[in-house]
Design a protein around this ligand. Sequence first.
Ligand code: SF4
Ligand code: SF4
Ligand code: SF4
Length: 207
Amino acid sequence: MAGLFLPLIHPETIAHYLFWTVLAVGVFFCGWVCPFGAIQDWFAWIAKKCNLPRFKMPWKIQKYLQCSRYVFFGLMFVGVTFSFLNARFYFQDNLVHNMLSWTSGITLTIFLIISLFFDRPFCNYFCMKGAADGLMSIVRLIGIKRNDKTCVHCHLCDKVCPMNVRVENTTFVRHPNCINCMQCLSVCPKNCIKFHLMNIHLKKEKK
Ligand code: SF4
Ligand code: SF4
Ligand code: SF4
């Protein structure tokens, strides 16, 4: 798990080394390394163990709400420097240097509470690193590929995706939300999702 890296290497150092790989293989940092991503997953696991109700953001809302992290990214990009906007970074730094501002702490706490009910809310709607890496990952050469010929349209892949990607609608997942967690791949009963070379000629996806 992500936290195991901390005594050895700062997660931001790993993020730095993985940065350019996003262009080739998409975002692995968010799915496999980021401590705050992992902690949201732990909260989801605890919620399931406690039988708390879990919700999936309705697509009608998700398609607009998922833009919010790009708005926050844009604010940071033009120099708006409220520390809570970069709460994820301060969280990681706090694990190593014990420096978490109270605004960042409150922001992270709110999102952890929400993650008891929704998958990865901070990643979906707030994180500017997720937004930046996601935008770069659109051009990835290798990624999630679904075989429509063997798909039985059970929608399990859509339900399990913590980032609300509509895998069942897609042949090659180039969605900036995809974090290469491979959960859609592992849940597919027909084994029709693979991590594979993408088609250069992009097909228009079904709506
Ligand atoms: S989107 Fe942000 S908080 Fe979520 S896993 Fe990626 S870097 Fe971490
Ligand atoms: S889980 Fe597999 S079979 Fe079910 S909709 Fe997704 S790709 Fe198709
Ligand atoms: S479940 Fe599949 S589509 Fe969703 S983030 Fe994980 S790898 Fe990407």
